[in-house]
Structures are given as C-alpha cells and as structure tokens.
Design a protein around this ligand. Structure first.
Ligand SMILES: NC(=[NH2+])NCCC[C@H](N)C(=O)O
Ligand SMILES: [Mn+2]
Ligand SMILES: [Mn+2]
Length: 306
C-alpha cells in the first residue's frame, strides 16, 4: 500500500444477520468512541462517508435455513458497492458494522479488486466463531454465522456471486484467529475446506506472537491484507458489548499484540469492524476498546516513531 491512503468510513447500521437486535447501532457507537479522531491522530486522512441505507429488520424466523435472506442480500449488495467504490478510489475502506454477514459484501469487493489488480489477498478473520455454517447445518439460520462459507462458494447464489463467479475466496488465503466456538456440523465443513485456524487452544499453547507470525507468513509487498474484526474475538471481560459472547478470548494485551503485528507489516488495505452491539455494552466501553485496538492496527505504538 502506498504511504498513507485516505480512509473511508462506511457505516452499515443493520443487525439483519444477527441472533440479537442492536448491532445496527454499532456504527454510531464507534463514532461516539472517536474512531475518526483516533485515526487522524495517526496522521491519516479520514473521510466519513456516512451510513448506507437498507431494509429494516423484520425479525422473522428462518425460512429454508436462512433468516432474512432477501434483506441480507440487499445490505450486502450496498456494502459491496460502497467498498468497491472506495477501493477504486484508492482509499482504504473501513466497514463499520453491523453484523458479520456484511463481510460477504466487503470481502467480495476486496477479492474482486485484487483479481482486477493482480494482487494477492490475505484475510485475517479475528473471531470467536468460524462463521462457516451453511443453510443445511446452521443451528440458527442467522447469516452472520455463514459469511466465510458464502465467500468460499457455499451459500445462496445471490451472495456467493456478489463479486463475480463463485468462489470469491480460496480457503488458502484465510487465517482464522481466536476461534473458540464452532458448531458440530460446522466443524466438519471447516476441516473439509482445510481452513487455517489458530484457535484459542493454539494461542494458549504457543502464544499470540507465534499465531500472528504464522498467520502472516508469506505476505509481501504484493499482498492486500484484509482484517475482518468481529468484536466478539475479544474476551467478554474487556468486550461485553456483543451479541454472541464466548468466554476465554484474547486479553487486552494479546489483542494489542495481534493488532501491532498486523500494523508492522504495513500491508493493511481494508478492514471490517463488526458485531459491536451497544445494547449489550456498558457505557460504550466495548466501542472504546475497539477504537483503541484499531488505533494500534493503524500503527500506534508506545515508543516507536512512524
Ligand atoms: N459473527 C458471529 N457473531 N457469528 C456467530 C455465529 C454463531 C453460531 N455459530 C451460528 O451460526 O448461529
Ligand atoms: Mn463471532
Ligand atoms: Mn463473526
């Protein structure tokens, strides 16, 4: 990535794919926590493009294994367009979710852009969950549990082909970090696809440093690095403001190291910040932690000068 790209903040205020209502308030909570100010403090130019518009949440039960599929398609189409526009303008898009189903729209745009530019893609999926369910195995029907599968070509055609013929991503470009909740049948699919997973067991045994070193192995100046940051990646002790908390996640220091090691590559070219749910938060502290970590992701360090 060239010296300092302009950052485009893209709000997608919806909880259309989630198990609980409230992630629709995520973009505003991140703004209230000062995401633009934090990025500007790193010397970056930030353009807040405002919020995308999409259908409201009808809060219906699943139909044929999918909850709110038409609405999820509409939201992801809007996200795909906005993220694609930002990339074509040579900006660095930050998607402010919204629930994690929106990564289908953002990553399909990123993958399409990389194909057009002949760039390699590495995706770091920071999450408590593998998000690799399909409509036949999902225990919930919630599409925020399916984006990785959709991006790898398993899902409804309208979603798998958002960026052109499926699949948008090869499993080999994905590294999942912090995983600690995978549904029984989902597990089988993860193994089948050969996803590279640094789960909490791995982080306990070898440490975040080793996990990140390996997750970043092979990236070079020709690599577009995308981070999909599901806030439930973090331990609920420091990040209670998410719908689907899972105990035993990375501590504040581990999460900082994770972000700093990504920043050190200088290759970050697009980002999703998803699943922040202010309805479950305490005085916006989860949004503040997320902003703090994003600041590190963009190069804040205690002593080193940029
Ligand atoms: N992005 C997320 N928070 N995903 C949670 C998924 C939870 C569960 N595996 C499901 O499919 O319903
Ligand atoms: Mn998650
Ligand atoms: Mn997720």
């Amino acid at each position: 990535m060239s010296a300092s790209p302009v950052i485009h903040l893209i709000g997608a205020p919806t909880d259309i794919g989630a198990a609980d209502r409230g992630a629709s308030m995520g973009p505003e909570a991140l703004r209230v926590a000062g995401i633009d100010r934090a990025l500007r403090a790193q010397g970056l130019t930030v353009l807040d493009t405002g919020n995308l518009i999409g259908p409201h949440n009808p809060w219906q039960p699943p139909a044929c294994g999918y909850r709110h599929l038409p609405e999820v398609i509409a939201w992801n189409t809007a996200v795909h367009q906005a993220v694609g526009d930002a990339l074509r303008a040579q900006a660095l898009p930050i998607l402010l979710g919204g629930d994690h189903c929106l990564a289908i729209g953002s990553l399909s745009a990123v993958a399409q852009h990389c194909r057009a530019q002949g760039r390699k893609l590495r995706v770091l999926w920071l999450d408590a969950h593998a998000d690799f369910n399909t409509h036949t195995v999902t225990p919930t029907g919630n599409l925020h549990g399916m984006p990785v599968a959709c991006l790898c070509g398993k899902g409804p055609q309208a979603l798998t082909t958002l960026g052109g013929p499926a699949p948008q991503l090869q499993p080999s470009c994905i590294r999942q970090i912090g995983i600690r909740s995978v549904d029984a049948e989902e597990k089988r699919l993860v193994h089948q696809a050969g996803l590279d997973v640094f789960d909490m067991r791995y982080i306990d045994e070898y440490g975040m440093r080793d996990a990140m070193r390996r997750a970043l192995e092979g990236v070079d100046a020709d690599t577009h690095l995308h981070v999909s940051f599901d806030v439930d990646f973090l331990d609920p002790d420091i990040a209670p403001g998410v719908g689907t908390t899972v105990p035993g996640g990375p501590t504040y220091r581990e999460a900082q190291l994770c972000m700093e090691m990504i920043a050190d590559t200088g290759l970050l070219a697009s980002l999703d910040v998803v699943e922040l749910n202010p309805a479950f938060d305490e005085r916006n502290r989860t949004a503040e932690v997320a902003v703090d970590l994003i600041e590190s992701l963009f190069g804040k360090s205690t002593l080193m000068r940029r």
